[in-house]
Structures are given as structure tokens and as C-alpha cells.
Ligand binder design. Structure first.
Ligand SMILES: Cc1cc2nc3c(=O)[nH]c(=O)nc-3n(C[C@H](O)[C@H](O)[C@H](O)COP(=O)(O)OP(=O)(O)OC[C@H]3O[C@@H](n4cnc5c(N)ncnc54)[C@H](O)[C@@H]3O)c2cc1C
Ligand code: FES
Length: 505
């Protein structure tokens, strides 16, 4: 099986179907009420909600707004988070599970309100969200999920049949959920943020935040934003003090987009259960057609180098289940919280005016929006029903089986990956290949391009010193510890690192 990559766009459909944004870089020192670091869904939504409340805000984005994880998502906007609520009730209790459901339902409605208020043309559609079973084992879990969700007051019911062209055993159906084009939505919100004493800066990477109330937000070009409050929404916070890199781990996930006859396009948003699950939805295209999105094949960042095979498996599924072939393929990663709930609020107990939001666990369209509502209320010093549930400084499960395993794996990467490539030299890297090799005592990440030229950078991640791993599909160096990513010249593609890999000439 081949997915004929030459016939496909290796880019997120959301980026391919919108124009790039072009906000200026910060070019002088400024002062605002609130500085927001990172222009994804969490940052942009926080900015607009605070501006609505009368604050002057500045969004500082290292690259381009809505081009990070939020530009590479599936963009289901729903409180239906696969098999979630039965687990939450078991692990955290009924009260916290109810708050989680309420927060995410409110987030769906918050998105709908913003779409309406600013008349945003973003293909917003109300759809039911289904989590479906294909085996009798998973059917039992689906029934438990319906029961759990109903007990929390969520709009859940059991659907014995689904509008899908293959057999299922039934699904938990959440009614009146939503889907949209995330970049059309976020770019329209960004345009509302900019102006009237508020700002949006792109190509402005923040390196540190010093002091509090006021804070000095320092950028790599040397300019500073002075702000009474600072919100860090860089997916994984670039500030290490809260140890969020040890409370969550990065998970990479893959998506393909396949043109489908609109008459055959399934109505609804779907996700399977168990290993090898698929996430499915459709979206309109500007030529009046419809694109079927199929996602899945997730794994912890850095664990897999032959990432191209993941797209092949999605393409086979698309062919076998829907009779369609991909026109787009892309991948991205999100931070998974160990206790299944995002971390939103103060950076540490000692910080009163520096806030973070992370750990959306692949459900950041609703969780990122809910986070923005929590952050707005914390900054405005007004009550929020979900602030305690999401509290970033809550006691965290460092010692659950999962977190212990993942943090031990980080330790193992830190030590074990130093043995990688011990006997390989740069000459052993084939054209089109990336490999960590030894050059004297240094670990070097070498990519040889198809023309045979070697591009070599230090393999040591500048965040906390792990050794990067090759990602063949994205032609990038990915850090297995906390998910920083770099291009073959060492430039940062994704944090928490705030510096690139050192050039090794
Ligand atoms: C494949 C995939 C499918 C998904 N599907 C869904 C779905 O269907 N529904 C759902 O609810 N969620 C989904 N998610 C999850 C959701 O997309 C994410 O949780 C959400 O987009 C994260 O938003 P964010 O604002 O935290 O991060 P981002 O969108 O990545 O924004 C962070 C921004 O911070 C910037 N930044 C980083 N470092 C700095 C710095 N030093 N200075 C300044 N700026 C910086 C980055 O450039 C970036 O633009 C999916 C995720 C993936 C990977
Ligand atoms: S991202 Fe933390 S060590 Fe690389």
C-alpha cells in the first residue's frame, strides 16, 4: 500500500485553506494590563475574553497565530471526549466529573457565542458526537459511558446504529455538539484582539518572564512587555517552575483529509475506542465539496521514527471503510495530563500573577476555551466554578502507574539515548535519512538531504538536555522527553525549548 505522497499536500487542510496571517513583530518596549504568550486557541480566546472585560492585552506569538497545534487539530468542539466520564467518576469522583462535563459543555456554547457575536464565517456546524464500539468488550464500556454521562447531566444517549458505511455495535451519542474550521475561527478572533490599545505580535519568541505585578516579559529580540498579569499558553509552558513537563507528556497524532462525495459524507463526529481507534469527521471545502478527516495512530513523541507508516495505515482505513484516498496528510502533538484534567491557573503557589494552561489531552478546542474562561475570571478576581478542578498547582499524581512510568521513561531517554549512535559516523547517514551519531565526544543529529548534503546540529535538546530523535514524516528532530521539536537546521518548531539546537558545522 502506498499513499502516493506526490499526489498529496503534506500540510494541515486548515493551513492550506486559509491565507497566512501577518501581524508585526514586537519592535519596541510596551506596557499592557495582560501579556499572553502563545497564540493558539487557549491564548487567543483568553485575549479576546479579557479584552471584552476591558483589559488591554498583548498576544506574543513566536511564529504565526493559529499555526501551532490549534492549526493541526481535528477541531471537534465537544464535551464528548471518547471514554472519559466513567473514568473521571472512578478516579476523581462524581463532583469533579460533573464540573469537567459542565466546563466543556459551557466551552462549546462559548465558542458558539463568539461565532455569533463576531459573525465569524468558520464553517461552524452543530453535529452530534459519537464514541462507537466495534466489539462486545468495547460496547460494554460505551454503555458505561452513556450511564456515567447521563448521571452528570450531559446530553448523552445510546445510539444503536450510526450514519457510518461500516458495521458498529452502537455508540454513546452526545447531542448538539459542534465542529468548525479552527483557523477561520481563530484568525477572526485574532483580528478582534488587535487594536484599541491591545496588540498581537507574531515572530516574537518570549524567552523569560521576570518578576511579578508588574512582570517583564522578555523576547528574544531584546524588547520587553511590561504587564500586570502574564498568561503562558505555549501548549507546554516555556517556564519550568511549575514542573508541568513532569505532570504531562507529549502525544503525537496523525490526520489525513480525503475528498468525499458530499452525498456519501457521514453526518456527525465519530471516534472509536481501544488501541488503534480512529477519529472521524467531515468539513466543507471552498469548492462546495466535502473533505473526510480521519485521525489516529497516536504515540508518545520520539518513540517512533518511521512516522510515515502511520499515514499509510490511515490511508488503508480510508480506502477500506469509505472508498476514498487522501489529498492531505499532517501530524501534530498535544500534552496529555496524567490525571486527565488540564492544568490551568497560577504557575506555582508563590505566583499570584503568572498563569498557565496546559494538558488538554487532545481535547483543547473545548478545554482550551474553558481554560480561557477560567483564566479571565482569575485575572479579574471573580469566581469561576471550574477554577478549583483545573487548578494548575493541585496535588498531582506523580506516583500513579502511568506518570511514574512516563517520568521513568524520560529518565531512561536522558541516560540511554546518550548511547545512541555510539558506533555510527556522519558518513553512515544515507540520503533522505536522519540519525543521531557520534562526533568525538559530541552527540550530533545528522540529516542528509536527498541531494546528499549533510545538515548537522547538536543532538542535545536545549530544554533539559535529552537527546532528540528523528521524525521521518515531518523531517524534524523531536525530543522524546517533553516534546520540543526542531527543523534540520536546528530552528525551533515547537517548545517548551526557547532556543534552537546548536549548529554543528
Ligand atoms: C492531531 C490532533 C487532533 C486533535 N483533535 C482535537 C479535536 O478534535 N477536538 C479538540 O477539542 N481537541 C483536539 N486536539 C487538541 C487541540 O488541538 C489542542 O489541545 C489545542 O489546539 C492546543 O492549543 P494550545 O493553545 O495549547 O496550543 P497551540 O495551538 O500550539 O498554541 C501555542 C502557541 O504558543 C506558541 N509559542 C510556543 N513557544 C512560544 C514562545 N516561547 N513565545 C511565544 N509563543 C510561543 C506556539 O508557536 C503556538 O502558536 C487535537 C490535537 C491533535 C494533535
Ligand atoms: S523538551 Fe525537555 S529535554 Fe527536550
Amino acid at each position: 500500500m502506498t499513499i502516493s505522497p506526490e499526489l498529496q499536500t503534506h500540510q494541515s487542510f486548515w493551513l492550506a485553506s486559509t491565507l497566512p496571517s501577518s501581524y508585526p513583530a514586537l519592535s519596541q518596549d510596551i506596557a499592557v494590563d495582560v501579556a499572553i504568550v502563545g497564540g493558539g486557541i487557549a491564548g487567543i480566546t483568553t485575549a479576546i475574553l479579557l479584552k471584552q472585560a476591558g483589559k488591554q492585552v498583548a498576544v506574543l506569538e513566536a511564529d504565526r497565530v493559529a499555526a501551532g497545534v490549534s492549526g493541526h487539530t481535528t477541531a471537534k468542539v465537544t464535551s464528548q471526549h471518547q471514554l472519559k466520564y466513567a473514568h473521571l467518576i472512578k478516579d476523581l469522583g462524581v463532583d469533579k466529573a460533573r464540573l469537567y462535563g459542565d466546563a466543556n459543555q459551557a466551552a462549546v456554547e462559548q465558542v458558539a457565542t463568539l461565532v455569533q457575536k463576531y459573525s465569524i464565517d468558520c464553517d461552524f456546524e452543530r453535529q452530534a458526537a459519537y464514541v462507537f464500539a466495534e466489539t462486545s468488550d468495547t460496547l460494554a464500556s460505551v454503555h458505561q459511558e452513556v450511564e456515567a454521562a447521563q448521571s452528570l447531566g450531559l446530553p448523552a444517549s445510546f445510539a444503536p446504529t450510526l450514519p457510518l458505511p461500516f458495521a458498529t455495535r452502537g455508540a454513546a451519542k452526545f447531542s448538539h455538539q459542534a465542529q468548525f474550521h479552527p483557523r477561520k475561527y481563530l484568525l477572526a478572533l485574532a483580528a478582534q484582539v488587535d487594536g484599541d490599545g491591545s496588540y498581537l505580535f507574531e515572530q516574537t519568541r518570549v524567552s523569560t518572564v521576570d518578576g511579578e505585578h508588574p512582570s517583564q516579559v522578555k523576547t528574544q529580540t531584546g524588547f520587553t512587555v511590561t504587564a500586570q498579569d502574564v498568561v503562558v499558553t505555549t501548549n507546554l509552558p516555556i517556564l519550568d517552575q511549575g514542573l508541568f513537563f513532569a505532570k504531562a507528556y507529549p502525544r503525537r497524532s496523525y490526520l489525513i483529509g480525503c475528498p468525499i462525495d458530499p452525498a456519501q459524507a457521514p453526518s456527525g463526529m465519530f471516534i472509536g475506542t481501544g488501541e488503534g481507534y480512529r477519529s472521524i469527521r467531515t468539513t466543507p471545502t471552498d469548492d462546495g465539496g466535502r473533505l473526510l478527516l480521519i485521525g489516529g495512530e497516536g504515540h508518545k513523541v520520539g518513540d517512533v521514527s518511521d512516522t510515515e507508516a502511520r499515514f499509510d495505515r490511515l490511508a488503508i482505513y480510508a480506502r477500506d471503510r469509505f472508498g476514498v484516498v487522501p489529498a492531505y496528510h499532517w501530524s501534530s502533538q498535544d500534552m496529555m495530563s496524567f490525571d486527565q484534567v488540564p492544568y490551568v491557573g497560577r504557575l506555582t503557589p508563590a505566583h499570584q500573577h503568572t498563569y498557565v494552561a496546559t494538558g488538554f489531552s487532545l481535547w483543547g478546542m473545548s478545554n482550551g476555551t474553558a481554560s480561557a474562561m477560567v483564566l479571565r475570571d482569575l485575572i479579574l478576581d471573580q469566581p469561576n466554578p471550574w477554577a478549583e478542578l483545573y487548578e494548575a498547582t493541585r496535588a498531582t499524581p506523580f506516583v500513579t502507574q502511568d506518570s511514574l512510568k512516563k517520568n521513568l521513561e524520560v529518565g531512561a531517554h536522558w541516560v540511554g539515548d546518550r548511547l545512541k549512535g555510539l558506533f555510527d559516523s556522519p558518513d553512515s547517514v544515507e540520503p533522505g535519512e536522519g540519525k543521531v551519531v557520534n562526533a568525538g565526544v559530541d552527540k550530533v543529529a545528522v540529516y542528509r538531504d536527498p541531494a546528499g548534503t549533510a545538515h548537522s546540529v547538536s543532538a542535545v535538546c536545549p530544554h533539559l538536555g535529552c537527546i532528540v530523535a528523528w521524525n521521518a514524516a515531518e523531517t524534524s528532530w523531536d525530543c522524546p522527553c517533553h516534546g520540543s521539536r526542531f527543523d534540520t537546521e536546528g530552528n525551533i518548531l515547537q517548545g517548551p525549548a526557547v532556543q534552537g539546537l546548536e549548529r554543528n558545522d
